[in-house]
Ligand binder design. Structure first.
Ligand code: ATP
Length: 234
C-alpha cells in the first residue's frame, strides 16, 4: 500500500534522514521506533508531504505521491495525526469532528462518517457537546484520531500518540489502534513507548541517527538482544 524508496530528508542544509526505505501492506500496523532525534517524525512528515524529500520517492497504491500537498493526501485517503494533536480546544467534540471532514462536500457522507466514528468511539458520542479543551489527555488523543478518520482514510500516520499520557490513557490509545486494525485501516505509528508498541504492532522499523538500523516482525524484535538492551531496559 505504501512504499518509501530511499528518501533523504533535510531541514535546509542539515540532512537528518538518510536513505530510508519502508514497505507497508494494507491492514498492517507498523511501528517506527528509535531514540530522540533519530528522524522518526521527520520521516512521517516527509511521507505526508509536509517536508518533501531531497531525493527518493513515496508511492501510495502504486502512485507516486512524493511531496504532494497535505490536502491532496487527505483526498487520497492518507491521514496524519501529529504529536501536537492540534485540536480546536474552544470547539466541541462534535465541531472538531466536523472539521476533520473539511474535504468532503457531500453532507450525507459526512453524516455517515460521523455515525461510523461515533460507533467506533461511543465515549466521544457521550461527550459530543463537551469542549475539546476540557477533555482528558486520552480522550483528546482519541478525538484527534477520530477527527483523522472523518475523511475516510485507508492509511493513518500517528506521531507519538501516547506522548504525555497517564498509563490508563495510554491503554485507551492502543485500544483505539486495535479498533483501526479491526476496520482494516493501515497504521504507521511513531512511538517512544517501545514495549507496548511492539505488543500492538505487526512489524517495526528501528531508526538510529537518521537511518533504518533494523526491521523485523514485532514479535522477533521483542526477543532481540539489541532492542531489549537499548529500548526495553532488560
Ligand atoms: P523525537 O522522538 O525526539 O521526536 P524523532 O526521531 O522524531 O525524535 P525528529 O523530530 O525527526 O526525530 O528529528 C530528527 C533531527 O532533526 C533532530 O536532530 C532534530 O533536532 C532535527 N530537526 C527536527 N525538526 C527540525 C527543524 N524544524 N529544523 C531543524 N532541525 C530539525
Amino acid at each position: 500500500m505504501l512504499k518509501v524508496n530511499h528518501i533523504n530528508v533535510a531541514y535546509g542544509n542539515l540532512q537528518v534522514v538518510w536513505d530510508v526505505s519502508l514497505s507497508i501492506s494494507e491492514g498492517e500496523v507498523v511501528a517506527i521506533l528509535g531514540p530522540n532525534g533519530a528522524g522518526k517524525t521527520t520521516t512521517l512528515k516527509s511521507i505526508i508531504g509536509l517536508l518533501p524529500p531531497k531525493s527518493g520517492s513515496v508511492e501510495f497504491k502504486g502512485e507516486d505521491i512524493t511531496g504532494r500537498p497535505i490536502h491532496e493526501m487527505t483526498t487520497l485517503g492518507v491521514a496524519f495525526v501529529p504529536e501536537e494533536r492540534n485540536l480546536f480546544t474552544a470547539m466541541t467534540v462534535h465541531e472538531n469532528l466536523l472539521m476533520g471532514a473539511y474535504t468532503i462536500r457531500d453532507k450525507q457522507k459526512i453524516r455517515r462518517n460521523l455515525e461510523y466514528v461515533y460507533s467506533l468511539f461511543p465515549r466521544l458520542e457521550e461527550r459530543r457537546p463537551q469542549y475539546a479543551g476540557t477533555m482528558s489527555g486520552g480522550e483528546r488523543q482519541m478525538l484527534a484520531i477520530a477527527r483523522g478518520l472523518m475523511a475516510n482514510p485507508r492509511l493513518v500516520l500517528l506521531d507519538e500518540p501516547s506522548m504525555g499520557l497517564s498509563p490508563e490513557n495510554v491503554i485507551v490509545v492502543f485500544e483505539t489502534i486495535e479498533k483501526l486494525r479491526s476496520e482494516n485501516v493501515t497504521v504507521i505509528i511513531v512511538e517512544q513507548n517501545v514495549d507496548t508498541t511492539l505488543r500492538f504492532s505487526d512489524r517495526a522499523y528501528v531508526m538510529e541517527q537518521g537511518r533504518i538500523a533494523m526491521h523485523d516482525t514485532s514479535e522477533n524484535l521483542l526477543k532481540d538482544d539489541h532492542v531489549c538492551k537499548m529500548y526495553l531496559g532488560v
